[in-house]
Design a protein around this ligand. Structure first.
Ligand SMILES: [Zn+2]
Length: 230
């Protein structure tokens, strides 16, 4: 993992003094996760800020999460997150730990990218140790080849990023814990998803970035949108 410049995207936007708080830095955001709860864990805070700033947010979940619980329950939990975020949720319902052939996954993601036309995509890191997360990363990497901005997020099975692109989520940390809490069937089994653990991770990133709570991302591609300054 190479080192990159550390700063807060949202703070940069606010500091432009437009009063819009960076409302139009990104208008359409797509997050792709392998299982229900991956997206919220990795970029739930950033998505809350995107939604609050007026962006349309789409959550694309590859598998049904059946290895971690009843897929019907998990789909309901993911739908609840969509309501909390005001986001569109797309559940592909692929078999947990057997997502499918790469070309099939790429095609499914390309279809959603065509539909939502994102200017920013979030997905898993390639260094993740869960096979579904790695497969999802690899498929998104190809499917999103024409998207200008792609940021990679942590999971409980990935390394914790020491540097990268940071987003100040201090204003939405409570809401982020509520997104994870919506995955009640998982939080009861996995300590890493509890409010205490989520806050602890965000606190550590915040310390590195100079704010209370933050999320950190590795940029596969990232462009500063200077041309949108008014
Ligand atoms: Zn996962």
């Amino acid at each position: 993992m190479t080192s990159t410049t550390c700063f807060c995207i949202v703070k940069v936007a606010e500091d432009r003094g437009s009063g819009l708080a960076g409302a139009h830095m990104w208008e359409r955001v797509l997050a792709v996760g392998a299982h229900p709860d991956d997206i919220e864990f990795g970029c739930g805070g950033a998505l809350l800020r995107h939604a609050a700033a007026g962006a349309s947010v789409t959550l694309l979940v590859m598998s049904d999460g059946a290895r971690g619980g009843d897929p019907v329950v998990r789909a309901g939990e993911q739908a609840r997150v969509g309501q909390l975020l005001g986001a569109k949720v797309v559940l592909l319902g692929l078999p947990d730990t057997h997502l499918g052939q790469p070309h099939e996954l790429i095609s499914l993601i390309e279809t959603e990218i065509s539909a939502s036309a994102p200017d920013l995509v979030y997905t898993h890191l390639p260094e993740d140790m869960h096979q579904d997360h790695v497969q999802t990363h690899q498929a998104v990497r190809v499917a999103a080849r024409n998207v200008a901005n792609v940021l990679l997020f942590e999971s409980p099975h990935s390394p914790m990023l020491n540097t990268g692109i940071g987003v100040n989520i201090s204003s939405v940390i409570q809401q982020k814990t509520e997104l994870l809490a919506a995955h009640a069937s998982q939080v009861s089994e996995r300590r890493v998803l509890t409010a205490r653990s989520v806050r602890s991770r965000a606190d550590r990133h915040g310390t590195a970035l100079g704010c209370d709570y933050a999320e950190m991302f590795y940029p596969l591609r990232f462009t500063l949108a200077f041309e949108r300054v008014e």
